[in-house]
Design a protein around this ligand. Sequence first.
Ligand code: GRF
Length: 203
Amino acid sequence: RRFVILVSGRGSNMRAIVQAARAGTCPADIVAVIGNRADSAGLAWAAEVGIPTAVVSHRDHDSRESFDAALAAEIDRFAPDYVLLAGFMRILTSGFVDHYRGRLINIHPSLLPMFPGLATHAQALSAGVRVHGCSVHFVTPVLDHGPILAQGAVPVLDDDTETTLAARVLEVEHRLYPQVVRWLAEGRVRLDGNRVIVDGENN
Ligand code: GRF
């Protein structure tokens, strides 16, 4: 199955997915990496390892609708089965989200439905939770609220800062997202209405 990955910055989740695909641990074909910022380190890395890349800059568009239409046109040139958001920092219109219904996936650095939005590690620290983590979910028009495919948890330690907590969560992200991509690539998971169905083995 064909995957397009969208990034805005560092792209470490995208790298983890590409590396898993190349190591043969998930039968995914990463057909393109597309970004909204030409200076993204993730895009540069993808180009270096020989993956087709493209930039669709939000600065070239004066509305979300126009940006999303250009982005969808670029994505669809690669005819993906799935579109993965991996640190893609733009809010997408419901038109875009509907176009990829059941095929658009995101990773969010919290145990949803806790702490949607930005600064999730700061939110977790100020809420005083003892457990934090990340979620991979289908994208629906409500930000950070789609049906959850998988979650990974980490402890919150007494001396944690945003930086130490973020690093602990990121390590889990790098295992969790490739695992979900493997499920998708193997056709073992799908969105049914508002529920996620996972067939077969449970990991
Ligand atoms: C990750 O923490 C991801 O969960 C969030 O943004 C960050 C992106 O990091 N959506 P990277 O670009 O994958 O390194």
